[in-house]
Design a protein around this ligand. Structure first.
Ligand code: ACO
Length: 277
């Protein structure tokens, strides 16, 4: 780990890793130091047996106020192209790592979420926001386009009209509206945010972890495939998941057909009864 002040928090409780942007005095904007520390933390968590899920949240009033305009833009630009490309690489690397993370990930958006914050937001599999949170593609407000994938995130999540309005006006929207525009799964009052995220964690922690990883990758991958390619990809994806876990689905079938202990349409099989892969 680097010796810079810690600007990323991480605590593990009951198989949930709570990872936080931890620069509340700077509204958790992403500096190069923060980006490096995020990658270190994700590296550490990805294959730990005591972690089943990662929740990404922010300390204080912000989730993340986007890129650090001073440390990420102004100071790296002063170093020329080498500095710019290095800081971009550091940011994009941890977002990419998060997009394809081994464990399920949830963005718990407690407050401000701007610009570059849409990178890690989109990287998380699921996103639950506080109704009081504020989301914005504020780039246009300070004279740039929404880069770093932010435009792509808006277009992939929202209708073209909403994405265009959002990007061109730079007006912030509430968590409630972000849910209506499908930027997040749902919005709940801030006071209930952690409870709702915990409920979701409980649901996911009961699922077969290999099947979850294969499922989340499949949802992202097939979006840009033809039907034929998707069909083929999904066959291969299941077969390769079987390489790591060949007993889960057999146990699921057994519990339904032979034991009659659950119904897959309305519940989940008991993963504790399956052989460890
Ligand atoms: N980059 C650098 N510093 C920031 C950023 C940022 N993105 N966001 C906040 N800060 C700093 C402020 O400069 C201030 O520092 P100081 O105490 O040394 O003066 C401190 O964080 C607190 O910020 P305030 O503006 O005082 O906090 P407030 O709660 O009143 O407002 C808000 C919060 C609305 C988030 C405001 O800080 C803001 O507009 N931040 C910028 C949001 C933004 O547009 N981000 C860039 C998106 S584009 C991109 O990411 C590529």
């Amino acid at each position: 780990m680097s010796e810079a002040p810690r600007v990323v928090g991480c605590t593990i409780e009951n198989r949930i890793a709570w990872v936080s942007f931890n620069r509340p005095e700077k509204r958790n904007c992403m500096s190069p130091t923060l980006n490096r520390q995020m990658l270190e933390v994700l590296d550490d968590l990805e294959f730990r047996d005591d972690v089943g899920i990662v929740v990404l949240t922010g300390e204080g009033t912000a989730w993340s106020a986007g890129m650090d305009l001073k440390e990420y833009f102004r100071e790296t630009e002063a170093q020329g192209l080498r500095g710019i490309r290095k800081s971009q690489r550091e940011a994009y690397t941890w977002w990419r790592r998060l997009r394809w993370f081994q464990k399920p990930t949830i963005a718990m958006v407690n407050g401000w979420c701007f610009g570059g914050g849409y990178g890690p937001l989109h990287a998380c599999d699921l996103a639950i926001a506080a109704e009081e949170a504020q989301f914005g593609l504020s780039e246009i407000n300070w004279g740039i386009l929404p880069g770093g994938g932010a435009t792509k995130v808006a277009v992939d999540s929202m209708s073209m009209r909403d994405a265009m309005y959002h990007a061109m006006t730079g007006e912030p929207i509430s968590g409630t509206k972000a849910a209506q525009w499908r930027l997040v799964n749902e919005a709940v009052p801030l006071a209930n945010l952690k409870t709702r995220v915990l409920e979701l964690c409980e649901i996911l922690l009961k699922k077969n972890a290999f099947a979850l990883k294969a499922t989340k990758d499949a949802v992202r991958r097939v979006k840009e495939m033809t039907y034929e390619n998707a069909e083929d990809y999904l066959i291969r994806a299941q077969e390769s998941a079987n390489f790591f876990d060949n007993d889960g689905r057999k146990e699921g079938i057994r519990q339904f057909i032979d034991e009659k202990s659950f119904k897959p349409g309305v519940g989940t099989y008991d993963i504790s009864k399956q052989k460890k892969s």
